[in-house]
Ligand binder design. Structure first.
Ligand SMILES: *Cc1c(COP(=O)(O)O)cnc(C)c1O
Length: 483
């Protein structure tokens, strides 16, 4: 399998060459040259596989320059009941006939990002060891992504994590999850500022290409291709759990932000998984819902971005969306460049009446949005009707899913986080505490380890430089700083 850039300006590369990178050198996103097609016999064979073996079968199609036995071992070591709470890894929980939750949030940080990030940690460690190199991951987090990255990378050889978070602005639970890690390769940097200032610090360091190169700085944000690839697996798993035969179809509803999760669903469908609808659910930050309804893509300014009770979906632009548009443009990189220069010039583009609009219906997308009141009402109703407590992101999906169910087609709603992480909204909805999974009872009381820092780029660089080995300045840097 070869990888290309959505904007056409990258030499074809193999999986292990793109694994550690961010944006392609031309500013595009890295995509596989094609999606392998799965025939009926393969689908039948995969039905019987445990999660780790299914992950191996799917990932080997995309990571075909890794020795198969290594990849199989990495999948087996990653997808265990010990890490994900059950042998099923992503169990399907029926709510009523034709409606089910696919539980993706039983990993160590109780959100779906663990499913891909845990494998990414194993892949990074393996490839860095082969390449005899090291990586210093720098990131900013308002909660979810940062902790998933830390838990995926903790204790791994050749990797250090520098994670910036806004001091005193995360929930007690999220703070405890991150700051209680005591691994020597994890550095929590508590910034006296808001999340945007943390992100600006990361950008400032990444834009200093000489520093970035000398200190082998990288990221693990949502545009990483391997994360998307690892997410394809649970769409297959969910389908197998909800059906008995390959002539049955299902639909998926996906609480969406950066379009990474639902993109994996789109790819599964393109590979031949019998999916009827892919329903994109957004909160008040509805760029994606707007695109799907109108054909207009209009990223929002920071001041137009709402802080909501489903914070992991509070995005202004959907960073994985370009990969989908590349498919809509029938892999015409020139067309993608044209749309993205329109975006830069006008702050929007519109595919109405174009060839892309003609191809869109066949992709099976539908969409909707929720408000805070919708989510609270859905959490309450789900609790009353089924005795199940869902988090606000999952509630967003359940709310939107109602409009897109079809007779004879099970609607699978992806559960993206555990309610315990969003205690305030749960209390508001059901008047009692969210259930807390075993093992997390007293985490707020654990000792915490972090470095408090003002918003000061030079100070941050010094902190990183003191804790990393500098490479000679001649080392080549192929990848651009990530957006
Ligand atoms: C990241 C996240 C999302 C959004 O996923 P995307 O891949 O960015 O679309 C939804 N829910 C939760 C809980 C998340 O952490």
């Amino acid at each position: 399998m070869k990888y290309l850039s959505t904007r056409g300006g990258m030499e074809p590369a193999r999986f292990t060459e793109i694994l550690l990178g961010g944006l392609a050198p031309d500013g595009g996103l890295v995509v596989p040259e094609r999606y392998p097609k799965i025939d009926d016999a393969t689908l039948t064979r995969w039905r019987a596989l445990p999660y780790a073996e299914l992950a191996f079968e799917i990932l080997r199609l995309y990571a075909d320059d890794l020795p198969v036995e290594q990849l199989r071992r990495l999948c087996r070591e990653t997808y265990t009941a010990e890490v994900f709470g059950s042998d099923e890894i992503t169990p399907l929980a029926p709510l009523e006939p034709g409606l089910a939750l696919l539980k993706l949030s039983n990993g160590p940080t109780l959100a779906f990002k663990d499913v891909a990030m845990q494998l990414l940690g194993a892949l990074f460690e393996h490839v860095l060891r082969e390449q005899k190199s090291e990586l210093n991951i720098l990131g900013a987090t308002s909660g979810d992504t940062g902790s998933a990255a830390e838990y995926a990378m903790r204790g791994r050889a050749g990797i250090q994590v520098f994670m910036l978070s806004p001091y005193g602005r995360m929930s007690a639970f999220q703070t405890a999850q991150m700051y209680s890690l005591t691994d020597a390769n994890v550095f929590n940097i508590a910034v006296d500022g808001v999340f945007d200032e943390c992100q600006d610090l990361v950008k400032a360091v990444s834009n200093d290409l000489i520093f970035k190169r000398r200190h082998s700085i990288g990221t693990v944000n949502s545009i990483n291709w391997a994360r998307v690839a690892a997410q394809i697996v649970y769409y297959f798993k969910g389908y197998f759990a909800a059906t008995r035969r390959n002539d049955e179809r299902v639909s998926f509803t996906v609480p969406s932000g950066n379009f990474g999760n639902v993109l994996a669903g789109h790819i599964a469908r393109q590979m031949g998984l019998p999916v009827s609808r892919l329903v994109v659910a957004t909160n008040e930050n509805d760029v994606l819902d707007e695109f799907i309804r109108t054909g207009r893509y209009r990223p929002r300014a920071a001041r137009e971005t709402h802080h909501t009770s489903s914070p992991s979906m509070d995005i202004s632009k959907a960073s994985n969306f370009e990969r989908f548009v590349f498919d809509l443009a029938a892999h015409d990189a020139g067309r993608v460049r044209e749309l993205w220069s329109a975006l830069e010039r006008d702050g929007r583009f519109d595919i109405t009446g174009s060839a892309e609009a003609g191809r869109f219906p066949a992709c099976g997308f539908a969409s909707g949005r929720s408000t805070h009141a919708d989510r609270v009402a859905t959490i309450r109703a789900t609790h009353e009707r089924y005795g199940v407590v869902v988090d606000p992101h999952t509630a967003d999906g359940l709310h939107v899913a109602r409009n897109w169910r079809e007779p004879g087609v099970t609607m699978i709603c992806l559960e993206t986080a555990q309610p315990a992480k969003f205690a305030d909204t749960i209390r508001e909805a059901i008047g009692s505490e969210a259930p807390r999974p075993a093992g997390y009872e007293g985490i707020e009381a654990l000792p915490q380890r972090y470095e408090r820092m003002p918003v000061d780029v030079e100070r941050l660089k010094r902190y990183i430089a003191d804790r990393t080995d500098a490479l000679p300045s001649s080392v080549d840097c192929r990848w651009r700083a990530d957006a």
